[in-house]
Structure formats: structure tokens, C-alpha cells
Design a binder for this molecule. Sequence first.
Ligand SMILES: *Cc1c(COP(=O)(O)O)cnc(C)c1O
Length: 383
Amino acid sequence: MSAIAEYRAWAEIDLEALANNLRWIRHGVGAGCGVITVVKADAYGHGLRQIAGCLMQNGTDVLGVANLAEASNVRAAGEGWPVLMLGACQSEREFKTLCQANVAATVSSREEILELARVAGRFRQRALVHLKIDTGMSRLGVAPGGALKLATLIAEQPFLSFDGVYTHLSSSEEDALFTGDQLKRFSSCLELFKSAGLVIPKIHALNSGGIAYETTRVGNHVRPGLLVYGITPPGKRTETADWLTRLRPVLALKSRISHIKTISCGSAVSYGQSAVCSRSTRLATVCIGYGDGILRSASRRMEVLIAGQRCPVVGVITMDQMMVDVSHLPMLQRGDEVVVIGAQGEDELLAGDLASAAGSIVWEILTSITQRVPRIYRGISVG
Ligand SMILES: *Cc1c(COP(=O)(O)O)cnc(C)c1O
């Protein structure tokens, strides 16, 4: 606690909750289904190395990253950990680095396959490849009509190891019909591959929304990001499985009061006099702002917890500080803890609440928390 007493704003990361969430996901998808846990964007703002280490200790099968820098960071943390890069390689040099680090590459085109095969051949080292199929996201991936040709091409390359095939869902928490169509297109490709005698160890399609809302499992691996951090993607579809309620948010975001005063009726608050008090107001200044990742668009709509009570933010959020109405809490003092995301007393603020206030999504809220916010790890010891 003594170290935390010095922090202006900090994130508490509960590794026990993380391990617990991974166990529930494993339970939910059933034995025989592998888990590729997504740790891109600094593990959704939770800290790549610590999260990757904890997930490996607790039985994830593969770690999914977005780019080469993230892949290298995971590789530096754990020599033998299986890693899949979900993004595309930009050049032969990137393929070379990936190949040497034994990280699985994602390919969507003939050029990429031949480039990687060339690089791997030069190093006499088999490169791991996942073929991506575009079933409706229009991001990476080959169109279903061209998938068999590319799959065959991969299988023919002596220095490529055909490790996986996958697709990505665009609306898994919102639209059951569209998701169903995407999965059908993917399954049709898998049928073709099977008829052609192709053997591919890892087949995966479901992101967090897919795991949460789809009742049939397509493939033999799943690819959760948000779920492992304890958040079920909110959307139009409603929850199906009971085990989802067992997930716990891993991250809490906290700060403290740096100043308290009572301002008179008619006083202006924050930049641009963005609020004017209609009554005498007890105002607490809190040491967290958009420079820490609290999106400014949440100004005037978001609440924080102090002494277990909800307190509204007044005026616009500034870079390093924001002001909060604490008129209903006369006993507060400088130094008191403020919860932006997390539980306090009987109440809890979710990342989703902040997302709604900011007109954003939970993924953006988590990845917006900046580097100047120290991450404090709790729960289980990390190596
Ligand atoms: C980010 C990402 C995921 C994880 O998505 P969640 O919705 O957080 O589960 C899975 N697959 C791919 C390709 C991704 O880019």
C-alpha cells in the first residue's frame, strides 16, 4: 500500500482473476478446444509481459499478437511460447524476423506465401503459417473462392508448416444472422480443404463475442481477447452460457483526491467555463485526466466512486486532472481514493460504463490507458 500512496493514478491488475477467467473460458469451450489468447495492444492495456507470463503459466495454448514488435516482446519474455501474429507482415525483412523467432505468420495472399517460403528456404527452417479467410469483415484474408488454391500452395511449400486456418467475425455480439453466414462460409472452405486431403492442426473463428453468443463451436481453437480480461462484449445479443457470469474484470483504474474546496453558486469550472455551478458546490480535484487515458468525450457524463458513492464529473476533463462534485460527501479528505473503473464499497463501475459515457467501446477504453499510469500486479506472483 505504501508505494500506491505515492501514485496519482494507477491500474490494479488482478492476475488471479485473469487465471480464473482463462479457466472458465476453457470450461466453457470444453476439453479438446485450444485457446489462443489475444494479448495485442499491451494485453489490452494490462501489460504484455506480465499477462503473457500469467496466461502461459495457466495453460493458454497460443498467444495472439498484432504486430512484429509485440511478437518480439513476447518472445523476449518466453523463449518457447507459441505465438501467432494476427497482423500481416509488411516486408520480407519482417517475415525473416518472424521466421527466426519461430512466430506463426498470418497470410492472405499468394505473394505473402511465396515471400515467406523464400525466406524460410533461405534459413532452412520451417515457418509456421496460418491462412486467413475473409468471410465478411473485408480486412485481412483471402476471399472464400480463392482459399483452396492458397491452402494448396501452402501445403506444397517444403519450408512452410501449415499450422492453422482462420477467419474473423465482424458482428459476433450484435448480429446472429450475419455471424451465422460468416461461419457458414468458413465451414464451406473447411469442407473443401478436407476433400482435398489437407490436414491443418488449428482451425479458429470465434472471438470473445463468438465464444459468448454462439452455441455451436466452429473449429478446434478459439481466440478470446476481451473475455479473458473479464469482460463479456456488450451488444444486441443476450448472454447464453451461465459460466460467463463467473468472469471477473482484471483491471481497476484508480486515482485520488488532490484538493477539496467549496465553490460558490455561479462559479465556473474547468477550461472554457465548461460548467457553471447552480448552487454552492463541494468540489474535489482528482489527479487523473485524458493524459492518463480518460477519454475527454466522457466529460460531464461519467461518474467516479469515492467512499463507495457515485460522484459526477463537473466540466471538461483536463489532461492531468478532473473535477468531481462531492457535495453529498462532506467527510472526504485530500488523498482519498477515487475509483474510475472497479469496485468500491457496495458499488462497481465497469469499463463498459466509461465506454457508454465516452460514446466509445470497452476495447478502446482499455487500450487508451496511457503508459504513465503504473500497472500494479496482484493475485499471484509473476516471474
Ligand atoms: C483482436 C482480435 C481478437 C480478439 O477479439 P475480442 O473481441 O477482444 O475477443 C481475435 N481475433 C483477431 C483476428 C483479432 O484481431
